[in-house]
Design a protein around this ligand. Structure first.
Ligand code: ADP
Length: 405
């Protein structure tokens, strides 16, 4: 029969709360439940400052109770994600059971990496290896945005994530790593601006409160880029390393769709905080997205979660049209055992703002669809921000593992 929200909620009444005599429900801890088939996710509000070990213990008690209760009814729990949130709803700790575990493995060397041609006008980097612990991007939170296939809104999510984080006061860089089909020049309104190199480095474009660089400004727009693996590898590496990013808090990287060389280069070259997977609700998109998520896992990159784009459509009358059958990405996230990072509706304003290079307007809409879009984007930014911070903490030295199996 599978798990249902009501069933999970009822079982949580048997798990002890923070105060004696209370449980997760009566103590007001359980703020969100999602369940489907053999997968469930919980959001639990807990006292600020609690030790990770004690939060893991609460999650373990929830998992034990749920597994036992499900077993009695002939069901099972393949994946449970317990996210602990603070009073503002920000995720402060995650414990996962089952699903796709985060087991970093060292990336494999890129095939034929030596054969790339340099971008004209740029000097070769003196140190080919950069990481979050050394080099110009030391300490920067680097978030890659990927998708199983093109056209699902990967660039849209990367761009709005960058602008949304910048609107919260963070210093953000956005790299259009989709070197086969760069779309950022249009989406950012870079028409009429030329790339400038100074002292052998590229100056990023300063627009919409972010710093950005795109291959689309380094090649002739009408000439298709038919770069094969090693060349693409080299071009991407140069774009990252040879841009004068200056001080950044976050670097968002819009990856090419699918599972190719660039992702490999990325994992090799930079210490990523994690990857966000974008997918639409249809089943075919989910299968491709799951493959992309697994690729990141194999490269040793944390999957921060899944964003569902083009989730539903809200008409000017405020009516919701469920075009593709919303919620599919949420089920997929649960299956993979990774967080669900939110849904972005199909919005005419979003398409128009992208075409006219004005992403800032996505965050300032005042009519009903505009407000709805803004809320959805803000939620996505909050969720990615929380998960990226957690992942950055996890990848630090000698941290206790947050994964219990
Ligand atoms: P990808 O990077 O996955 O190829 P893009 O982000 O370039 O996809 O999006 C493809 C097209 O769809 C763009 O024209 C973009 O403006 C539009 N688009 C993406 N997401 C939405 C949305 N939620 N509502 C309306 N249009 C969207």
């Amino acid at each position: 029969m599978g798990l249902s929200k009501d069933f999970v909620r009822t079982v949580m009444e048997s798990v002890a709360g923070a105060k004696p005599g209370t449980n997760l429900v009566s103590g007001g801890h359980l703020t969100w439940v999602s369940a489907c088939d053999t997968y469930a996710s919980l959001k639990v509000s807990w006292e600020p400052g609690a030790a990770p070990e004690s939060l893991d213990a609460v999650a373990k008690a929830a998992h034990t109770a749920l597994s036992a209760a499900a077993g009695k009814g002939g069901d099972r729990v393949d994946s449970l994600i317990v996210e602990f949130v603070d009073h503002a709803g920000k995720v402060t700790h995650t414990t996962r059971f089952g699903g796709m575990m985060q087991q970093p493995q060292p990336p494999q060397p890129a095939p034929g990496a030596a054969g790339h041609k340099p971008i004209p006008g740029l000097r070769q980097p003196p140190n080919p290896q950069m990481s979050a612990t050394s080099g110009p991007l030391a300490g920067v939170r680097i978030i890659a945005v990927g998708a199983g296939k093109g056209g699902v809104g990967k660039s849209t999510v990367a761009l709005n994530l960058a602008v949304g984080l910048a609107r919260r006061g963070r210093a953000v860089g956005l790299l259009d790593g989709d070197i086969y089909g760069p779309s950022m020049p249009t989406m950012l309104g870079l028409d009429g601006l030329d790339a400038v190199t100074r002292e052998g480095q590229l100056e990023p474009f300063l627009v919409h409160g972010i710093k950005t660089m795109t291959m689309g400004k380094l090649v002739e727009p009408d000439k298709p880029l038919i770069w094969r693996g090693p060349m693409a590898h080299g071009a991407f590496k140069q774009l990252v390393e040879q841009t004068r990013w200056g001080q950044l808090d976050d670097l968002i990287i819009d990856l090419p769709p699918g599972t190719g060389d660039i992702s490999l280069t990325l994992a090799q070259t930079l210490q990523l905080s994690g990857a966000v997977i974008v997918c639409t609700p249809q089943k075919v998109a989910q299968d491709d997205a799951a493959r992309a998520a697994r690729m990141f896992q194999q490269l040793g990159v944390s999957v921060l979660g899944v964003v569902e784009n083009m989730s539903y459509f809200v008409g000017d009358d405020g009516k919701v049209y469920d075009i593709f059958g919303q919620g599919g990405a949420q089920v997929m996230a649960q299956r993979l055992g990774v967080p669900y990072l939110g849904a972005i509706p199909i919005t005419i304003a979003l398409r128009k703002n992208s075409d006219s290079g004005d992403p800032t307007s996505n965050f300032t809409g005042v009519d009903a669809p505009g407000q709805n879009l803004r809320k959805a984007l803000e939620e996505m930014v909050t969720n990615v921000d929380s998960q990226a911070s957690l992942a950055a903490m996890r990848s630090g030295a000698a941290k206790p593992s947050l994964t219990i199996s």
